[in-house]
Design a protein around this ligand. Structure first.
Ligand code: OAD
Length: 248
């Protein structure tokens, strides 16, 4: 699965980046967005994951996210999350970038992942214009609450289609992609931009780029190594190889 020369390069790498998508949480029982049985197979994302959808039917949107929060509250990180958390100790400089809003990376021990699409455990004022109020929101409530600051409705603290990414998070992610020695892209369909442009940047800059995904993606033919496997077993094997070589 991992050629010897790739392992040798990884052992020497100083700066590593990992970009994850919904596939990293699939082995925790959280369904991905695309593909058969995926979340966007059951609901139209345009009726759910846009500011317009929330303006039109805030109750429907809030209830969907509340159901996800209920499911996520019980979810546990899997082997893939665990190995990625351990990478922080292995590489001298390590940056984790995730498109996921579930915070399972943090539950596994990852310290400061860059959350490109926000977090389902945050909420913010949806007023137009917004008063800018953000809050941690862990308790479950069935209706969108009111902003304690200005009285407008509160919305999930995630990035929706048509919205910009958090500026600071994006700047940090782009910098990491430009400066890294190795870029792992794990469990993402690589269809949603701008997140998908990060591995594209790494490829263009001639970095070592390793994809882990059971399915082919638009990046598969462009990366240095495409590992066609589920994240958990592929990352567990990678950890074994790196630790064996490191101590050899
Ligand atoms: P997708 O649902 O588009 O893609 C999930 C990817 O995970 C697919 O390529 C699967 O082949 C792969 N996969 C499935 N099981 C896996 C496993 N066990 N191990 C590794 N890979 C596996 O999810 P994302 O690429 O994360 O945005 O989607 C990007 C964004 O689109 C999301 O953040 C979300 C969505 O709409 C918003 O809601 C704004």
């Amino acid at each position: 699965m991992y050629p010897k020369e790739i392992i040798e390069k990884l052992i020497k790498a100083q700066k590593a980046v990992v970009l994850t998508g919904a596939g990293i949480s699939a082995e925790s029982g959280i369904s991905t967005f695309r593909g058969t049985g995926g979340q966007w197979d059951k609901v139209d994302p345009m009726k759910l994951a846009t500011p317009e959808a929330f303006a039109k039917d805030p109750k429907y949107v809030w209830e969907w996210y509340e159901a996800r929060r209920r499911q996520l509250r019980e979810a546990k990180p899997n082997m893939g999350h665990d190995v990625i958390a351990g990478m922080e100790e292995f590489f001298p400089k390590f940056t984790l970038i995730t498109q996921n809003v579930d915070r399972l990376h943090q539950k596994a021990g990852s310290r400061n992942p860059i959350e490109l699409h926000g977090s389902i455990w945050m909420a913010r004022c949806a007023g137009i214009p917004s008063c800018g109020e953000w809050e941690d929101r862990h308790e479950l409530v069935n209706l969108p609450p009111q902003c304690p600051h200005c009285g407008a409705l509160v919305r999930p603290g995630v990035v929706w289609f048509g919205e910009g990414l958090p500026g600071e998070a994006w700047a940090e992610a782009e910098k990491a992609a430009l400066e890294c020695d190795v870029f792992f892209v794990i469990g993402t369909s690589a269809l949603v931009h701008p997140a998908a442009s990060l591995p594209e940047t790494a490829i263009q800059k001639g970095k070592l780029v390793i994809e882990i995904n059971p399915e082919e993606t638009p990046l598969s033919g462009l990366v240095t190594l495409s590992v066609r496997s589920h994240a958990g077993p592929a990352l567990e094997l990678l950890r074994e190889k790196l630790l064996a070589n490191d101590s050899a």
